[in-house]
Ligand binder design. Structure first.
Ligand SMILES: [Zn+2]
Length: 407
């Protein structure tokens, strides 16, 4: 069975060191390179969709998390507060929403600014018991692709439809294949904030958005958060365990807790609705999934090393080194591997799941060409070096999951 912990070790993606602590893995250069590519992609996808990104600290004053409701309701999942002095205590945050509420409240807001979409790939912490921790799937330090969309209730339907579309785009690029969509609604006998009418409206808006997207889903009564209904997008690991990668949650609670308001077109103060949403979840859980679903062989655009340059003999070393440099200049993650037999180097690159090897022998060197080999064993005819670079950079720019673009 494919296990991301074993592959993560073999491919040197991340390192779990007992001295660092359980659930606190270290991202090694290869894992960090892949993650960086995905972070940049997601940030750009969001920027084009009108998101504004912020940075906020992964810890804050105790009062912030009392106000947000996390300490009163969620303290069991948080690390204990750190006391600095008698009246100064700090808390490692378990979520980004409190800081994003402060962003909204940093100045007066007008209805013209809505929906206001505040995004961040931010750090947060959960005090998981050490028994449940393993690899990247359950961790204590989490980097979440998160955003909070502040909008009116009338805007929720369009907002959710657009988020579903962004999720679909991101999943296609990453090679995420969802196992199912779940619409979590109120259940009998539970306590919820917000009034009946708002809830009915919100639940219907989520249903309509899913229907309009032609997206099959199951309804789960009683699974809503106390502050609002949500859509969870589930994935399955090879052992059949489900986890949530992407989520869209409506919130009728936090805007009131932080007393957030905007001026409507009549100059009246109104409460926004908050949509918490994550397109791809936390980097940790996402990679646990991606490593397993791709069996370590990531698509070209986020492969840690995209191109291995292999001179056949020492006579081609300089030409190969120059080609590798040009590839790096063109934005590719390329390496030169000059030592050992050619067969051994091709096999080593394939074992490391490097998508492309560029072989340069005497004929290629003389004619300014390279011979590309794919990690799946396919070999392309020799082509001019610039054409080979164009083939790769175009595939990277298209965020394709296919190694070779269809012709
Ligand atoms: Zn949130």
């Amino acid at each position: 069975m494919v296990d991301h912990r074993r592959l993560g070790r073999e491919l040197e993606l991340f390192h779990a060191d007992p001295l660092s602590g359980a659930g606190l893995p270290i991202w090694l250069p290869a894992g960090a390179a892949a993650r960086h590519a995905i972070e940049e992609y997601v940030r750009e996808l969001e920027r084009r969709a009108g998101y504004q990104h912020v940075y906020s600290p992964p810890l804050g004053k105790r009062e912030l998390f009392e106000r947000s409701g996390h300490l009163p309701y969620f303290a069991d999942d948080m690390f204990p507060p750190m006391k600095i002095s008698e009246d100064d205590e700090f808390v490692l945050r378990p979520a980004l929403c409190p800081h994003h509420c402060l962003v909204f409240g940093a100045r007066g807001r007008s209805y013209r600014e809505l929906p206001l979409r505040i995004g961040e790939l931010g750090g947060m912490y959960r005090s998981e018991r050490s028994g449940v921790l393993g690899g990247l799937s359950r961790v204590r330090a989490i980097w979440l692709n998160d955003a909070h969309n502040f909008c009116t209730l009338e805007q929720v339907g369009a907002e959710v439809a657009e988020i579903l579309e962004l999720i679909r785009t991101a999943h296609a690029a990453l090679g995420v294949r969802p196992a199912g969509f779940r619409l979590s609604l109120r259940g009998p006998g539970e306590k919820y904030v917000g009034d009946e009418q708002e809830w009915n409206r919100a639940e219907n808006l989520l249903r309509e958005a899913l229907d309009a997207a032609g997206q099959p889903y199951v309804e789960a009564a009683g699974e809503a958060a106390f502050y609002g209904p949500k859509i969870d997008i589930q994935t399955q690991d090879p052992a059949g365990r489900e986890s949530t990668i992407s989520t869209i949650q409506l919130d009728f609670d936090k805007a009131a807790r932080f007393d957030l308001s905007y001026m409507d077109s009549n100059g009246q103060a109104r409460r926004p609705v908050i949509v918490h949403r994550s397109l791809v979840g936390s980097m940790e859980r996402l990679f646990a999934y991606l490593i397993e679903v791709h069996e370590g062989g990531f698509p070209l655009w986020y492969a840690p090393v995209q191109l291995e340059v292999l001179p056949v003999g020492p006579e081609q070393h300089d030409v190969a080194a120059a080609f590798a440099r040009t590839a790096v200049e063109a934005g590719l993650r390329a390496e030169l591997a000059p030592d050992g037999s050619l067969g051994a180097r091709v096999r080593a690159a394939a074992r490391r799941r490097v998508p492309y090897a560029a072989v340069i022998g005497a004929r290629e060197a003389a004619e300014g060409q390279v011979s590309l080999r794919l990690r799946d064993g396919r070999a392309l005819d020799p082509m001019p070096a610039p054409s080979a670079l164009a083939l790769l950079t175009e595939s990277v720019a298209a965020h394709s999951v296919q190694l070779l673009p269809a012709v």
